[in-house]
Design a protein around this ligand. Sequence first.
Ligand SMILES: Nc1ncnc2c1ncn2[C@@H]1O[C@H](COP(=O)(O)OP(=O)(O)O)[C@@H](O)[C@H]1O
Ligand SMILES: [Mg+2]
Length: 360
Amino acid sequence: MENLKLGLICMTSISSQMIIEEAKKYFSQVDLIDIRKVEIMMNNKQTKVLYDGKELENYDCLYLKSSHRYAELMYGLTEIFKEDTFIPLQAQAHLLAHNKFLTHLTYAQNKILKMPDTYYAAKISETKNFLQTLNYPIILKFPSGTHGKGVIFSESSKSARSMVDALDVFKQPLIVQDYINIQSDIRVIVTGNKIAGSMRRIAAGGEIRANAHMGGNAEPYVVTSQIKEMCLEAAKRIGAKICAVDIIESDYGPLILEVNTSPGLQKITEVTKKNIAGEIAQYLFEETSKIKQSKDKLQSRDLMGQAGIEEIGERDFQIDLVVRNGKIVLPEFVTKMSSFRDEEEVTLKITDNKIEILKD
Ligand SMILES: Nc1ncnc2c1ncn2[C@@H]1O[C@H](COP(=O)(O)OP(=O)(O)O)[C@@H](O)[C@H]1O
Ligand SMILES: [Mg+2]
């Protein structure tokens, strides 16, 4: 196993702990970092990140997943560490995904990423005027609600207008959205270019929200090629290599509802019987290794120059061969430039004046 360090910056939920356990199979060090104990100190000379009062150590991989309350902090931490660390979510992903209005705005006019018709205004008075122009029922939503808690169903303009007045006490803008009459949604977990797992969630009787927190049930679901393409595109547009995408099926085809950069893993693991946390851990490890290897390659090129090793072609080098106790000893850069690992099974092809090492 390579010596790679993972830091998981999160709120220490059960899902995060599931990832930590799986990551221990791959990374040599895995740290659970409680985002609530993270501080950033900066001035014109330097930026320092503290964890529990001490400077945060360096990691090869940082995976940040937390609630919308810490979206700005996650944005900041990603910007600070992105040069030297593999981070599966771009800084902006935390702001975009934690706000359904910004998510929809990112996808607006995208040919693949269709959404229910969505409206958003700064002022409640504008929203109230708009409500009179709609066909009912409709959905009202808080942009950063989760677990179905910020989603409200309204059957008439009259009820919608009074709801909007009542909701004005929260002093938050509201999303108004077309209601899609199907009491289920599809939850898909994306890791890189793969779908790690997917399920169909069915709302409990009398409920329109399919979230498990709202008593919904779920069953395994195999994504169609269209939904797969949508989910990969949605993740890419938002800048998240790991995320969950919620999709609702309408008469006009599948529509995106939201992207979740900190999805719960218990339900989907139970329903799909797949090791989703394991898939995430493995993805983090593979990407981190790839980046580490290419960095090592660059570094070894520098070292080669310093050691006087001459490069005489794209991958040809002239060295003085070392044979010690009858064994050929190759310089370290040869190992680093290759992707060979210790104890890997290889085939040696040997002729009079040529040795080739091939991966099996
Ligand atoms: N426009 C809509 N039409 C019909 N049902 C909806 C709509 N928007 C949301 N829902 C239902 O409410 C649930 C929660 O909505 P979602 O936008 O995913 O917010 P949350 O972040 O709270 O999960 C969805 O899974 C779906 O069942
Ligand atoms: Mg949702």
